[in-house]
Design a protein around this ligand. Structure first.
Ligand code: AMP
Length: 290
C-alpha cells in the first residue's frame, strides 16, 4: 500500500493509474478502522482495480468540540488493517492539505430539508462539514466509485445530493451495516464505551428490531413509545426515534410496505452518542407496482 500525505503527489500517482484504464474506488473514513470500514474496502476491491482509502478527522463536521478532541485515533493499527485487506493507496492528509485557506467562511451547500431533520437538527452544521470535506476529497481522488456505509443513512442521502449539486463523475455505492455478533452496529465511537456501557449499547438494536417486528400490526406511535422504554431500560438518553421515507427522510405516521422505509434512532449511552437504523426496502416487486 502506498501512503500519500499531499494531494499533488496522490494525484500524480492516480493519473498514471487512470491513464492505464484503471477504475478507482474510494473509501473516505475518519480512521479508528473496524470491520464496517473494511467491508467497504473489500466491496471496492471487487468492483474496482485500485482502492483508495482516506483517513481524515474532519474538524468542520463536528458541532461538538469535545467530540472532535476525543475522536479515537489509531493510525498504525489502521495502516496494518488496510494493508491486510487489499487497500492500494492511503491518503492521510494534514488539515492544511484539505483546507489550504483555513476553515473559516467555507462554501455552503443547499441541502434543503435534509439538513433540518434528524441528524441535521441534532447536529447543526454537521452535513455542511461532511459536504465540504467530501467535495474536497472527491476533487483530490476523482474516483469512478465512492463507497459509503448505510450505517450513516442520512449521510448517504446528503452525499447523493452533493453529487447532484456538483460536477463529479462518480457513482455512489452504499454498503450494508456491519454489526458485532450481538447486533450492535460497528462504530469507531464504540471504542469509547466502557464494558457496562458496551453491554447496554445493544438496546439501540433491540429497539430497532422491536419496531420492525411490530410494524405491520401496531401503530408506529405505540411502537416508538415501546422503543423509548427499551432504550431507557438500557440507560440510553434518547435523541430521536423515527420512521421515515427512505429517500426524503420525511417522517412517516404509518407503515406502507410498498414504500422504501427506514427506522432511525440516535441516543446517548453515557457521553457517547450512537446512531443506528434499519432499512426496510419495499416488499412490492417492481412488476407489481402501478
Ligand atoms: P467514519 O469513519 O465513521 O466517517 O465512516 C467512514 C465510512 O464507513 C462511512 O461511509 C460510514 O457509513 C461507514 N461505516 C461506518 N460504520 C459502518 C458499519 N458498521 N457498517 C458499514 N459501514 C460503516
Amino acid at each position: 500500500m502506498l501512503l500519500f500525505k499531499r494531494q499533488n503527489d496522490l494525484q500524480k500517482h492516480l493519473n498514471v493509474q487512470k491513464n492505464s484504464g484503471y477504475r478507482i474506488g474510494f473509501v473516505p473514513t475518519m480512521g479508528a478502522l473496524h470491520q464496517g470500514h473494511i467491508q467497504l474496502v473489500k466491496e471496492a476491491s471487487k468492483a474496482c482495480d485500485l482502492v483508495v482509502v482516506s483517513i481524515f478527522v474532519n474538524p468542520t463536521q463536528f458541532n461538538d468540540k469535545k467530540d472532535f478532541e476525543r475522536y479515537p485515533v489509531s493510525i498504525p493499527a489502521d495502516i496494518q488493517l488496510l494493508e491486510q485487506n487489499g487497500a492500494d493507496v492511503l491518503y492521510l492528509p494534514e488539515p492544511a492539505d484539505i483546507y489550504p485557506d483555513g476553515i473559516q467562511a467555507l462554501e455552503h451547500y443547499d441541502l434543503g430539508n435534509l439538513e433540518k431533520i434528524l441528524e441535521g437538527a441534532s447536529r447543526p452544521g454537521h452535513f455542511q462539514g461532511v459536504c465540504q470535506v467530501v467535495n474536497r476529497l472527491l476533487h483530490a481522488v476523482q474516483p469512478h466509485s465512492l463507497f459509503m456505509g448505510r450505517k450513516d443513512f442520512q449521510q448517504c442521502a446528503v452525499i447523493r445530493r452533493l453529487l447532484r449539486l456538483t460536477t463529479h463523475n462518480t457513482e455512489l455505492i452504499i454498503c450494508d451495516t456491519v454489526r458485532e455478533s450481538d447486533g450492535l452496529a460497528m462504530s469507531s465511537r464504540n471504542r469509547r464505551l466502557n464494558a457496562r456501557e458496551r453491554e447496554l449499547a445493544l438496546g439501540i438494536f433491540k429497539a430497532l428490531q422491536h419496531i420492525q417486528k411490530g410494524l405491520p400490526h401496531h401503530s408506529i406511535e405505540n411502537l416508538k413509545k415501546e422503543a423509548y422504554t427499551i432504550l431507557t431500560e438500557h440507560q440510553f438518553r434518547v435523541d430521536y426515534i423515527e420512521m421515515a421515507h427512505a429517500q426524503t427522510l420525511e417522517s412517516l405516521e404509518s407503515y406502507d410496505p410498498a414504500q422504501d422505509t427506514v427506522i432511525l434512532i440516535a441516543a446517548f449511552q453515557g457521553e457517547i452518542r450512537l446512531i443506528d437504523n434499519l432499512f426496510l426496502p419495499s416488499t412490492v416487486s417492481l412488476s407489481g407496482k402501478h
